[in-house]
Design a protein around this ligand. Structure first.
Ligand SMILES: [Cu+2]
Length: 259
């Protein structure tokens, strides 16, 4: 009798352990990556920013902050990736036509295709890549963006978690006249000037280093108070706390392995 009881208890313990594992970050594609956004070579935007992406299964949460953009004008923003791309931001070596600027197509060998459109509402697929009315217009030249529950394919989720994707914010006012204009047509949509779609800021989404984003005892507040290593979180403010809270499982796991 006792043996049977023990065996049953043992079995339910195993079941409970399996359940505990299944609610943790058990998907192969899960991950957390971040990027420092910098001016795209040749395009003269004096701005910067940060982006963070949390991957859970086939869904991502994106938190992004940027400045130095043309104010009150739509800025298409995407996550780019292609298996054959270099998984980085373009350099002047990618300026195929030698005009000193990089358009979106010229950056392709570096960052690949649009895989996620960082729209504020509605569809986030590549189809919305130029859905100008659903992107931030950068009031004051700044973008503060957060969106969760963005569905991506398994391949895209894996690529992002592996540190192979790149965030690009588009829209450059080359002649500094406060609007998108000029005679050069957009390589993406000929009805728009190239200013409206050329890449402005870019950052490769890399796996957050140990002791970086996930530091501390699992509480985002502790990380902020300790200061120094959470610059990106502080830049984007409250929204980032939500994102950081979602990474508690990682922090707990790290704390456990340290103990
Ligand atoms: Cu893009």
């Amino acid at each position: 009798m006792r043996t049977t009881t023990t065996r049953i208890a043992g079995a339910s313990f195993v079941a409970a352990a399996a359940l505990a594992l299944s609610v943790g970050p058990a998907f192969a594609a899960d991950g957390f990556v971040s990027a420092n956004l910098k001016p795209v070579a040749g395009n003269g935007v004096q701005g910067s920013g940060t982006a963070m992406v949390e991957v859970k299964g086939n869904q991502i949460t994106v938190t992004m902050a940027a400045n130095g953009l043309l104010p009150d004008s739509p800025h298409a923003a995407h996550i780019h990736f292609a298996a054959a791309a270099r998984h980085e931001c373009p350099t002047l070596g990618d300026d195929k036509n030698g005009d000193g600027h990089l358009n979106t197509t010229e950056g392709g060998p570096a960052y690949g295709d649009i895989v996620v459109s960082l729209t504020k509402t509605g569809d986030t697929s590549p189809k919305s890549g130029l859905a100008i009315d659903r992107f931030s217009t950068a009031p004051g030249g700044k973008i503060a963006y957060q969106r969760g529950s963005i569905n991506v394919s398994s391949d895209v989720a894996k690529a992002i978690s592996a540190g192979e994707s790149v965030v690009v914010i588009h829209g450059v006012d080359y002649n500094k006249d406060g609007k998108y204009d000029g005679n050069t047509k957009s390589d993406l949509m000929p009805s728009l000037p190239t200013e409206a779609t050329d890449p402005a800021l870019c950052g490769a989404l890399r796996v957050a280093p140990a002791g970086g984003m996930h530091t501390g005892g699992g509480m985002a507040g502790d990380g902020l108070k300790s200061g120094g290593q959470n610059e990106a979180l502080m830049l984007v403010g409250g929204g980032a706390l939500l994102a950081a809270a979602g990474t508690g499982a990682f922090a707990a796991r790290r704390a456990r392995s340290r103990a």
